[in-house]
Each structure stands twice: as structure tokens, then as C-alpha cells.
Design a protein around this ligand. Structure first.
Ligand code: PCA
Length: 208
């Protein structure tokens, strides 16, 4: 059975909850296959997130890595295409660190393409009636750092990538765009179930 490593994030920026960790928890509860699901909640910390992710990858040798996090202003599930080798924090992380103009990996390339079948996953979500889009970049905060780290840490041809989630209805601040909790969990479940099921997985989607 293929092992899928699925991650979410702790709350950050003063919020009490993060819908990504909650969706991961919901999906993990009672998960009945087709894969072997391993989950982790990552700290919103430049220093600790990458270390924990590398540890989990080494521990479980996953066949695919799907990381998720919150994109607060968005009303769509966004499958990320590129991880940048750039840290430029708009706000401090949960350790109080706010690095700017730094590299995730001083020795790594400027960017790495996500190796999940990104376009196919967007179509899959949309076909399931969920608002979804392809996003070019995961930004320059902790989520991007985790995406870049995941792509550096997995051995080829293990596919890895990142999906930004909107607020869920139950976690959204007043007036913020959101989806139903059920929709977000259903989207994450679809990503887990289908991250490996086609010939594009591990090839950077339809890029080549
Ligand atoms: N979102 C932040 C970090 C943690 C999270 O859930 C980001 O987009 O970088």
C-alpha cells in the first residue's frame, strides 16, 4: 500500500485555529484507504517546520507528500505550482522570527516545480464541485518554505506539493471568504486519494 504523508499547519498570526490542520485531522479520522495515510501538523516556524517535515519523510518514506496550509484571503482551493527558494516574511512566525531576503536552501536552485499532477488535481477538485485554481507561487512565507523543503527532501520520483486552503466556515474571522468545513475536508480527501493515480504524478504535471 502506498504511504501518503499529509500535513497541515498550527494556527498563526494571532488566530486561534488553522483550517488546514483541522481538515487534515478530519480526513485522518476514519480514513479507510486506498492508501496508508500518515499525518502531521507543522509549526508555523521557519526553523522548526522544515526540520519536522524532513524528519517525517525520513521516518515514513512516503510515496507522495501533500502539504496544506491556510491562504486567508482566498475563496478557492489553490494547488501550488512552484516552490521558490526565497524567504521573505511579511509577519513574524510563531517563534517571533521574521527573516527577509533569505534562501530556504543556500545551495539549492532558485525554484522547484511541484511534482504532484497539479493541473489534474485542480480539474479533479473542480469536477467535484469545489472552487479550485492553479496557483503559480505559494508566496515567500512558511508555506512556501515547506513546499520548497518537501521538494528538496523527497527522493525522485516521489511526488510532492502544496495546496493552500481558504478559511473554513467554522474558523473564518467575520467577513472573511470561506468554504464549508465539509468542502475543505472533501477537497483534502480527494487530493490524498488521487495524488498518485495517474501517469503525471512525479513529472511536474503537464509541464513535460
Ligand atoms: N499559512 C501560512 C503559513 C501557515 C499557514 O497555514 C503561509 O501561507 O505561508
Amino acid at each position: 500500500m502506498a504511504v501518503i504523508l499529509l500535513t497541515g499547519f498550527d494556527p498563526f498570526d494571532g488566530a486561534a485555529r488553522n483550517p488546514s490542520a483541522e481538515a487534515v485531522e478530519t480526513v485522518a479520522t476514519g480514513y479507510d484507504g486506498p492508501h496508508d495515510l500518515v499525518v502531521a501538523t507543522l509549526p508555523v516556524s521557519f526553523a522548526r517546520s522544515a526540520a519536522l517535515l524532513r524528519e517525517r519523510i525520513a521516518q515514513h518514506s512516503p510515496d507522495a507528500v501533500v502539504c496544506t496550509g491556510l491562504a486567508g484571503g482566498s475563496d478557492r482551493i489553490a494547488v501550488e505550482r512552484v516552490g521558490l527558494n526565497l524567504i521573505d516574511a511579511r509577519i513574524p512566525d510563531n517563534d517571533g522570527a521574521q527573516p527577509v531576503d533569505q534562501r530556504s536552501d543556500p545551495d539549492g536552485p532558485a525554484a522547484r516545480f511541484a511534482t504532484l499532477p497539479v493541473k489534474r488535481l485542480v480539474r479533479l477538485l473542480a469536477d467535484a464541485g469545489l472552487p479550485a485554481r492553479l496557483s503559480l507561487s505559494a508566496g515567500s512565507y512558511v508555506c512556501n518554505h515547506v513546499l520548497y523543503t518537501a521538494l528538496s527532501a523527497v527522493p525522485a520520483p516521489v511526488p510532492a506539493g502544496f495546496v493552500h486552503l481558504p478559511w473554513s466556515r467554522s474558523t473564518a474571522p467575520a467577513g472573511a471568504p470561506h468554504l464549508d468545513d465539509e468542502e475543505i475536508a472533501r477537497g483534502v480527501r480527494l487530493l490524498v486519494d488521487h495524488c498518485l493515480d495517474d501517469e503525471e504524478a512525479g513529472t511536474g504535471g503537464s509541464l513535460w
